[in-house]
Design a protein around this ligand. Structure first.
Ligand code: SF4
Ligand code: SF4
Length: 143
């Protein structure tokens, strides 16, 4: 269902929460995310990629840790180990096109993301701008 342009969404990330880093799914990176994360961890990009990145023809994603229930190798006790340079999809969550443009999907995500429905109202135009950034940064995911 198309969003009502006069309505808004409420969201405020909750301190100490890491649920979006723990739910099942893949963490995709832009080329810039890859180089920034390698630089942040003080690794040569080739070494960083060998350890952490799985590439397909058009996409790059974080390798899930083997034999562990963890979804992302950068999640540690203190939270995201690459927080200042975390991938675009992590930075923009939950303002992804498939959530912002579908109220049912937004509400469903709110069943596990405690930030959804909290905080001040975010105008739909602002939410759509963030969603469009997702489209721009991951063109192959939103063809
Ligand atoms: S699940 Fe929601 S509230 Fe929790 S860290 Fe992620 S965005 Fe923030
Ligand atoms: S990169 Fe950081 S923010 Fe993104 S899923 Fe991994 S731990 Fe979470």
């Amino acid at each position: 269902m198309a969003p009502d342009p006069n309505s808004g969404l409420r969201f405020q990330c909750q301190t100490g929460c890491r649920k979006c880093c723990e739910v099942s799914g893949y963490v995709y990176l832009t080329e810039n995310d890859v180089s920034e994360a390698a630089r942040f961890l003080k690794l040569e990009q080739t070494d960083f990629e060998a350890q952490y990145i799985y590439r397909t023809r058009n996409m790059r994603r974080v390798r899930k840790p083997r034999g562990k229930s963890k979804q992302c190798p950068f999640l540690n006790e203190g939270g995201c180990g690459i927080h200042p340079v975390k991938p675009v999809q992590c930075r923009l969550f939950p303002f992804w096109p498939e959530l912002v443009e579908d109220r049912k999907a937004w509400a469903k995500t709110g069943s596990w993301c405690p930030g959804i429905g909290q905080g001040s109202l975010i105008q739909i135009g602002t939410a759509m701008e963030l969603a469009n950034e997702m489209r721009e940064k991951y063109p192959d995911a939103y063809e």
